[in-house]
Structure formats: structure tokens, C-alpha cells
Design a protein around this ligand. Structure first.
Ligand code: UTP
Length: 473
């Protein structure tokens, strides 16, 4: 038995987490020290507050505010819209060239639905080369730096669960040819899962707490605590562009988003795609109590999700794809004094060990996890902008192992996009019996978009078998 520091024991008892004292005491020396260190690192005041609000109280079930449709710049329909969109695009490109943009990849999640062993970014999604998501994103970053002759520092949000492995992977791959100083890892915080009845913190193993990343909203506080916000400001970065590790389609540093962001003097801007149906499980851009916000699909009442305008369009059509342009100043302001974005609770099945050290594999949700969401910074912004992009060009997420939003759907979507690029460049692409084009890969360093591809391949190119378009090394 290992004695626990009496001070810590008193604090744990007062926080309703006295079972952790017993858990530490039951362990031999080194294991006890490990668990005690993990317990010391907890923000106990925050845990007490979250348990009081979300386990004992009615937190998470507050009445929603007054919801109204959001404003978004739709895809251009008319010639004058197109002329405006071109001007906005140039504004976005000018911002990138000015060196005031940083890129931020959210890669701290656990990817539980995909069920891949390892960080999701290491998933080999590419059909021919087996290239990983991290490699694909890194190639885009390299191509953007070359195109715009801009530093575009790249921050990756990791979590304690995957930080070491992610850094090791980048080092093992020579940072995919990027300057290692320009690839910066920022580790987000974690929060413990608590028992849904008692509010007691669960143990993942006798010497380990059941901790998970604090949600993608943890980005802002992690950027602040790591010094990244100051570093950005020191390097003249005013705006960072956030994107998700599991969307290989996206045009990173999207000029349409950055241009509207500048034009609207926005502090936080968002990309949306048109929802396929009222039932599609996507958060929508809306106005809540007069402020721009994302309303999660589970919080949007059916009658609003189904509401249509006179011309038959969904009132709430703008599905958020979690891509944002954010002012460094906003990130600094909302994290002042270590403030977190608002917490949300999620009821989950969390395997754990009980007080007797027995492994419990629950078959029903047994625990509450706490997370913050990046989009909750939107209502805190003085001004916002929202821009529609074509789903087929910018969004196909790898969430599940099979079915919707899986590696297979992303492969098909990416293949179709590359085929459109090739056909626009005057190429012919063979199709299989299922009508789908042959497998294609276009390395972002070969061509970042259709326009660049047209400059790189001869007109009349015939692609009759699976093909990788890559720069000659
Ligand atoms: P998701 O919410 O889809 O979660 O994250 P996930 O971890 O990828 O997958 P599940 O839900 O466990 O199956 C969307 C994006 O936000 C990042 C993820 O890495 C992904 O790029 N994210 C999520 C974080 O960076 N931190 C988090 O705490 C949660």
C-alpha cells in the first residue's frame, strides 16, 4: 500500500473523488506514482463544476435560444455573382501571399468510429500508393507554400493519446519534405470520463484514468497554453485556417473563405455545403439569439430542419464542414485567463475497471464525457462570414469503417473529383463496369486543382488504367 499525500487526499475527498485515494493506495510504488501524477494533473475545480452541472444538474438540456436561419454567401449563380466571387478569391489569395496565414490541422481525435489502430492521419486512404492522410495534407501544404511563396506555418493539434506517435510518424517520414521547424505540434487537453450515476472519475486501468481529448474546441486553449498564439502574432500571422484530418478533398487555405473573411472584417468564418436532406446529420449554420452559431443536428427541431423557403430550398441548408478562418486576436480574447469554450456532455459506453480491479465492458452507455466544440467560438466573434462551397470539391469525411462517410465513399468522391479535373483538361478517363472511373491519384505537388492540372498534362491525354500523377522526383 502506498500512502497518498494528505493534501491531495483532502482535495479529492472534497471533490467527491475519494475513490481515487483508495485506487492509488491499492497500487505498488511505481504504479501508484503514475496514477497519482495523472490525478494531480486534473483540473479538479473544473471536474467538480462539470459533474455538478452535467451529472447532478440539468446541464446539457438548457432550453435552446431563439433560432433563425443563418446568412451565407451561396455559390455564385449569376455573372455578377461570379465576378464578385473572383474578386473575393483574389482577396483571399492576397492574404495568403502576404504571409499572414497559418494552417491548423485538427488531428487530436480518437477516431473511434473508424476503429483504425493509430492516429487517423496515419490511415492509408489512397487507393494505389496507399498514401496516408498525413502525407496527403503535407503534400498540400508543400504545394501551397510553393504556389503562394508564403511561409504558411503548419500547426497540428494532437492529444496526449496520439501526440508521441504522430511526431514519430512525421519524423520517420522526414516531415514529408517540409522544414521540420515549420511543422508544429500542439497537444490539446484531456478530461476524464465520469460514471453517469455517481459522477466518479473512471479508471481505464488500475493505474490509469479514463481520459479523452477535450474536443476540437480544445484547440484554442491549447494554442494559447503552448505559446502558439504568441508565436503566430510574433511571426506576423493574423489568421489561421483550421481543417480536419479526415477530409481529403478540401482545398486547404480556401481563398473563397479567406477572401470573404477579409471582406467582412470577420473574426471567424466558416465553410458550408448544401445539406443533402433535412435528415442529414450535419450541424447547420444558424443565428441563435441574434448571433452566428452552429446548431448540432440533434439540437435542431424537426420542424426547423424540414422548413423550406418559397422556392423549396431548406431554410437551414448550410451544413458546417468544420473548416474555419479564425483571427489570432479572437483566439486570444476567448481564452483570456484560461477560459474554455462551453462544455457539452456526451453519454458514452466507456470500458473501465471497477473498485475491485475487475474489467467492466458496458453494453449500454454508462459514462459522461465532456467536450468543447470549435464552432462555439462563433457567437463570441464580433463579426462572422459563411461561404458555400461545392460538396463534391471540398467535403467527403472518413468517419466510419464502412458505409456512409467511410474510406470507400471518400475514395469514390476523390476519384470523381480528379476525373472532373482531368476531363476539364481535355483528358479521357476510362470507366469500369460500375460506371466509376479507374482509380486515380493526383499528388497535390503535381497539381493542387483543375487549373494547375491543365497546365501539367497534354490535351488529349488518355487514362485507361489506374494512374498516379506525381511530380518527377
Ligand atoms: P470527430 O468529432 O469526427 O472525432 O473529429 P474523431 O476523433 O475523428 O472520430 P470519433 O468521433 O472518435 O469516431 C473531427 C475532427 O476533429 C478532430 C479530429 O481529429 C478530426 O480531425 N478532433 C476531435 C480533435 O482534434 N480533438 C478532439 O478532441 C476531437
Amino acid at each position: 500500500m502506498t500512502a497518498v499525500d494528505p493534501d491531495l487526499a483532502t482535495r479529492l475527498e472534497a471533490a467527491g473523488q475519494g475513490h481515487l485515494v483508495a485506487a492509488i493506495e491499492a497500487l505498488p510504488g511505481a504504479d501508484a506514482a503514475r496514477l497519482e501524477a495523472e490525478v494531480r494533473a486534473l483540473d479538479l475545480d473544473l471536474v467538480v463544476d462539470l459533474v455538478a452541472r452535467f451529472v447532478r444538474g440539468s446541464g446539457g438540456h438548457e432550453a435552446p435560444g431563439a433560432v433563425a436561419p443563418g446568412d451565407a454567401v451561396p455559390l455564385p449563380g449569376s455573372a455578377s455573382d461570379r465576378a464578385r466571387a473572383e474578386r473575393v478569391w483574389e482577396t483571399g489569395e492576397a492574404l495568403i501571399r502576404s504571409g499572414r496565414v497559418a494552417l491548423v490541422l485538427l488531428a487530436g481525435g480518437q477516431g473511434t468510429r473508424l476503429g483504425f489502430a493509430g492516429p487517423k492521419g496515419e490511415y492509408p486512404f489512397a487507393p494505389i500508393t496507399g498514401r496516408t492522410l498525413f502525407h496527403h495534407h503535407a503534400a498540400k501544404v508543400a504545394a501551397l507554400r510553393r504556389r503562394y511563396r508564403a511561409a504558411l506555418p503548419w500547426y497540428l493539434l494532437t492529444s496526449p493519446q496520439n501526440d508521441e506517435e504522430t511526431r514519430r510518424f512525421f519524423a520517420a517520414h522526414d516531415h514529408f519534405g517540409l522544414d521540420p521547424d515549420s511543422v508544429r505540434f500542439v497537444v490539446q487537453g484531456t478530461l476524464p470520463a465520469v460514471d453517469a450515476e455517481s459522477g466518479q472519475i473512471l479508471l481505464d486501468a488500475p493505474d490509469r484514468l479514463a481520459l479523452s481529448p477535450d474536443g476540437h474546441g480544445g484547440l484554442l486553449i491549447a494554442l494559447r497554453r503552448s505559446g502558439a498564439l504568441d508565436e503566430m502574432a510574433d511571426e506576423g500571422v493574423s489568421t489561421f485556417f483550421t481543417f480536419q484530418v479526415d477530409n481529403p478533398l478540401l482545398r486547404v487555405a480556401h481563398p473563397a473563405l479567406l477572401g470573404e473573411h477579409v471582406d467582412a472584417a470577420s473574426e471567424m468564418s466558416s465553410l458550408v455545403v448544401r445539406k443533402k436532406s433535412p435528415e442529414e446529420k450535419m450541424g447547420v449554420i444558424a443565428r441563435v439569439d441574434g448571433k452566428t452559431a452552429v446548431v448540432e443536428y440533434s439540437d435542431l427541431p424537426d420542424e426547423l430542419a424540414e422548413a423550406r423557403t418559397a422556392d423549396g430550398e431548406l431554410e437551414y441548408w448550410g451544413g458546417s464542414i468544420a473548416v474555419h478562418a479564425i483571427e489570432v486576436g479572437l483566439a486570444k480574447r476567448v481564452t483570456e485567463g484560461g477560459t474554455h469554450l462551453p462544455f457539452h456532455r456526451a453519454l458514452k459506453k466507456v470500458p473501465h475497471v471497477d473498485a475491485t480491479g475487475r474489467r467492466v465492458e458496458p453494453d449500454a452507455p454508462n459514462a459522461v464525457k465532456f467536450e468543447t466544440f470549435l464552432f462555439d467560438a462563433l457567437p463570441l466573434a464580433a463579426r462572422t462570414a459563411t461561404v458555400e462551397v461545392p460538396r463534391e470539391d471540398d467535403f467527403s469525411a472518413i468517419k466510419n469503417a464502412e458505409g456512409d462517410d467511410s474510406p470507400e465513399t471518400a475514395r469514390v468522391d476523390l476519384n470523381r473529383m480528379y476525373t472532373r479535373w482531368l476531363e476539364a483538361a481535355g483528358a479521357t478517363v476510362a470507366r469500369g463496369d460500375d460506371g466509376e472511373p479507374v482509380d486515380l491519384e493526383i499528388d497535390p505537388r503535381f497539381a493542387l486543382d483543375a487549373g494547375e492540372l491543365a497546365e501539367r498534362i497534354p490535351r488529349g491525354e488518355v487514362v485507361s488504367e489506374p494512374r498516379v500523377f506525381a511530380p518527377v522526383s
